[in-house]
Write a protein that binds this ligand. Sequence first.
Ligand SMILES: C[S@@+](CC[C@H](N)C(=O)[O-])C[C@H]1O[C@@H](n2cnc3c(N)ncnc32)[C@H](O)[C@@H]1O
Length: 248
Amino acid sequence: MQQATMSDDDHRPEHRPGQPRESAFFGRRKGKTLRKGQAERLEADLPKLSLDLEMPAPDRLAELFPDAPAEIRLEIGFGGGEHLVHRALECPDVGFIGVEPFINGMTKALGRIAAEEITNVRLSGEDGVKVLDWLPEASLDRVLLLYPDPWPKKRHWKRRFVGPDTVARFARVLKDGGEFWFASDIDTYVDWTLHHVRADPAFIWTASAPDDWRQPWEGWPGTRYEAKARREGRGSAYLTFRRLPREG
Ligand SMILES: C[S@@+](CC[C@H](N)C(=O)[O-])C[C@H]1O[C@@H](n2cnc3c(N)ncnc32)[C@H](O)[C@@H]1O
């Protein structure tokens, strides 16, 4: 990563807050044709683990999981699920919701979930925006966005998942004191995210020293996309924002 400038005003011309987006997915849903076994797994296993966005969310989100976890985290755009599965195994008492519209990534994650007999994960193949809008207010302890599609060309910055509307959505679904974790190897996206999240009074950026954003979180296993960034010579920033208590 080039040195992030951490300035707040670099990207304002592109930032025109308007109506909340109904979709923030601009990527591919399908890659290589799935092998027969993979297609069968997708068909058999996904419905069992998938959120039903046609039905209202349960008031107590913990009811989605067999062991009614006290803590629930959401990972948006999990790719092949490497990080999601690692954390689900590391924290069996936490409920994880993973969102990934790319079918090949979803299939890979389903394979790992089955192989490890993981029970504390629920999934959605929908756009993360739809899942955020479905979730009850103040229902999550953490939202993770790890290496979101970077859209490096300036004319595409508006496609980035982070924007004023999605930051407001994070603020709605997070519990007081909950956290939004963001990782990226693209310096303009790091600056962009700092600008948008710090513009929302619901959040504070928790960093007080450079290592707080240069070093990954405890137990960090890396991600597939991060490994690619390293091979190509880019470092990363890891931003942690805390949702402030609601007033009243
Ligand atoms: C660059 S990849 C990173 C994958 C993984 N987090 C990693 O670090 O290896 C970004 C992922 O976000 C997914 N994605 C893009 N837009 C999304 C959206 N609106 N909702 C949910 N996932 C999305 C893509 O399908 C892709 O798998």
